[in-house]
Design a protein around this ligand. Sequence first.
Ligand code: GDP
Length: 325
Amino acid sequence: MTGKRVIALCGGIGGAKLARGLYELLGLDLTVIVNTGDDFEHLGLMISPDVDTVLYTLADLNDPERGWGRAGETWNFMASLAQVGGETWFQLGDRDLALHVERTRRLQEGQSLTRIVHDVARRFGISAEVLPMSDDPVRTIVATDAGPLPFQRYFVRSRCVPVVRAITFEGADAARASPELRAAFKQPGLAAIVICPSNPYLSVDPILAVPEMRELLQETEAPVVAVSPIIGGAAVKGPTTKIMAELNIQATNASIARHYMEIIDGLVIDSGDGSEAASLPVASLTTATLMNSLDDRVTLARDVLDFARELASSPQRVRPRYSAG
Ligand code: GDP
């Protein structure tokens, strides 16, 4: 690799785990681009769930049991909201609330989400750059057998029970990449781009739906490596394989590889899935991908970066994304 800067594309809980491992190794040489398709307005507040999960996780402020929100959280606001008959299906902890209130105030003043996230990251002591995928609104809409549902209505309120027919990203076509995001791709010394093991359909696809994002990924010289979010044919957590079944996609690593085919150079799959390696349409690395501890995250991050380095120096590197353009 010519440089050591790394860009990671990330959704929420699953993606943030690997981002935390990468951060341990790279510090300020890491840029994390985060899904904002889950963002929504609720109780008059602008909420960015995946961005906040990444911020809390990189700053070690996250609740490791729940996965989302802050450690040591209290719930007085929710209890009081229920008492006065307010909407309580989306949980907002007392500590977490402060970030939503401050973000909303600053957005209403006309500041960009990128700027706000940058400032909060610095206040949390995070040296990596955390960038929303766009400052323009993109909203994930899940078409289900119960009708079209905005993302949080599907994910939180309906607990992913409705059968998914299609997923669309409202506003994505018109959404621009921020100058900070374009600069992250253009600065010299980009060694690798890592697609974290986030839900491909709900967390990574909205990022890829921003036209400039896709162009930047197709143009980059750096190897692009994805880590599969499925292990042994099942998701570690969440609805990834349920959605795959509903969209008639087999829950295999080959399906994940095909999904990312136009943009990746390699896929990282779990040791237990080694027998699937031969069926993959891209180069692969087989290693332990289940991340329970910080050690697991750092070890996987190191493996992923080594794999990217190998791909970058491989003379037979197949880059299907170049043939498209
Ligand atoms: P969400 O937005 O909070 O649902 O989080 P993401 O989309 O970032 O992550 C959800 C995905 O992460 C699921 O498909 C999980 O299978 C995957 N995931 C969670 N933990 C792990 C892990 O330790 N290893 C791997 N390989 N995948 C994981």
